[in-house]
Design a protein around this ligand. Structure first.
Ligand SMILES: Cc1cc2nc3c(=O)[nH]c(=O)nc-3n(C[C@H](O)[C@H](O)[C@H](O)COP(=O)(O)OP(=O)(O)OC[C@H]3O[C@@H](n4cnc5c(N)ncnc54)[C@H](O)[C@@H]3O)c2cc1C
Length: 383
């Protein structure tokens, strides 16, 4: 495990300034309701504007519609977007992980079909990993893909599928052959599935406040052609582990409360903050900066050709715990009757944090699982 201290270079700082300028123009303060990190609204026109600047799929090669930029450049764009509470929901999953998975494991036909459309901000993707009886123990997925003429027939259920009701496609982890010798990791494959396919049903699972984010997706003899298999049949476990390394360790894992805190300060302008609130902010800023720099060093490791899955797991563990503690400590300090219908934007945002943040330490791998990954990695065991 290695976290090397690093700073942004002059050209990276110039990119940061450019993104800040874009945001000031496109989403001037007071003209938009800030989102909570990666749980952002979907706004396809906004995604397409970012794409025009080359900021969606930016680390993908130019040959496939990307910008050949680095993981650190992507870190800078994402950090600014999330700090601002920008509506990045439409391209989020495609930009963070699906594009890289298709580039790494897909065929040239798949790259040609999907990557330029991702980089133009057109396509929205979901993640089809979890099932009713398998989340942490992902290798136990039981949704089956069985051989059919020219492709596969899918039967089973995926759960907690964020945005499936609004997105276009998802990459699903499926069982394409039965467990060999009890080896759960064998016989899994990744398939690209159109969310409008015949036989595919999407049912909402509402959040506590009634909002619709999650879904249950059921497959009844859904046909998927051979050309939609990503990588090699049977290699899904290895590919999926790689995908999860893209999913963890980025700014989305520690920036979710940022826009809420900023809104608090905006609304408190002119009112002196109590000493206890000042002390809390001092503590939070110090922790924030430490986690931010660990996360930045993960991006540098990716650019040096490494796959820092252990470092990413630790950043996600620390970052998402931090996100929850920010809100818990704030609620303890500020005596408020916060309500989702309040006239105060800060109070509405805080209410939303309270309802949705418990999921931050669960999605993308629970903290217990991440600690296991880090512990095994430190001992040199396979993760
Ligand atoms: C907001 C949100 C969005 C999500 N979006 C998606 C999505 O788009 N697509 C998708 O596929 N999934 C999604 N998920 C699902 C998420 O990835 C799973 O909920 C998560 O992996 C945990 O799996 P589980 O719910 O089956 O819990 P379980 O695996 O049953 O875990 C329950 C508890 O037991 C603990 N535990 C389990 N195994 C161990 C172990 N070996 N050692 C120690 N402790 C253990 C866990 O840490 C947890 O605390 C989302 C979840 C949330 C909250």
């Amino acid at each position: 495990m290695r976290f090397t201290p690093t700073e942004l270079t002059a050209s990276e700082l110039a990119l940061q300034t450019e993104v800040r300028q874009f945001l000031k123009t496109e989403l001037a303060p007071g003209t938009h309701e800030p989102c909570l990190g990666m749980a952002a609204r979907k706004d396809k026109p906004f995604s397409m504007k970012m794409a025009e600047r080359g900021w969606v799929g930016m680390a993908l090669p130019k040959a496939w519609g990307g910008s050949d930029r680095t993981a650190v450049d992507r870190f800078i764009v994402v950090e600014e977007m999330l700090r601002w509470g920008a509506p990045v929901g439409h391209h989020w999953v495609a930009d963070r992980q699906t594009g890289s998975v298709i580039l790494k494991f897909g065929t040239d036909e798949q790259r040609k079909r999907f990557l330029p459309a991702i980089c133009r901000g057109e396509l929205g993707f979901s993640i089809g990993m979890s099932e009713p009886d398998s989340g942490s123990d992902l290798a136990s997925v039981s949704t089956r893909a069985e051989r059919a003429t020219g492709g596969w027939l899918i039967n089973g259920t995926k759960i907690w599928t964020s945005g499936a009701h609004e997105n276009d496609w998802f990459v699903c982890l499926l069982r394409t052959s039965s467990m060999e010798d009890g080896n759960k990791h064998a016989g899994l494959s990744q398939l690209l599935i159109d969310l409008q396919s015949d036989g595919l049903e999407i049912s909402p699972i509402p959040f506590l406040d009634g909002s619709h984010h999650f879904n249950e997706v059921t497959f009844n003899d859904v046909f998927v052609p051979d050309e939609n298999v990503v990588g090699d049949v049977g290699m899904g476990w290895h590919q999926n582990t790689t995908e999860m390394a893209y999913e963890r360790g980025g700014p989305d894992r520690w920036l979710s409360p940022f826009s809420t805190i900023e809104q608090l300060l905006r609304e408190a302008k002119g009112t002196p903050l109590e000493q206890a609130v000042q002390d809390l902010f001092g503590e939070l800023v110090a922790r924030y900066w430490g986690i931010r720099n660990l996360s930045l060093s993960v991006a540098r490791l990716i650019d040096s050709g490494e796959a820092p899955s252990i470092e990413s797991s630790l950043v996600k563990e620390m970052g998402t715990r931090f996100e929850q503690e920010v809100i818990e400590k704030l609620v303890q300090l500020i005596e408020l009757e916060y309500s989702p219908d309040s006239h105060s934007l800060f109070e509405r945002m805080l209410s939303q944090c309270i309802v949705t943040f418990p999921g931050n330490t669960i999605r993308g791998g629970t903290i217990e699982i991440l600690r296991s990954v880090a512990a095994k990695g430190l001992q040199g065991l396979p993760v």
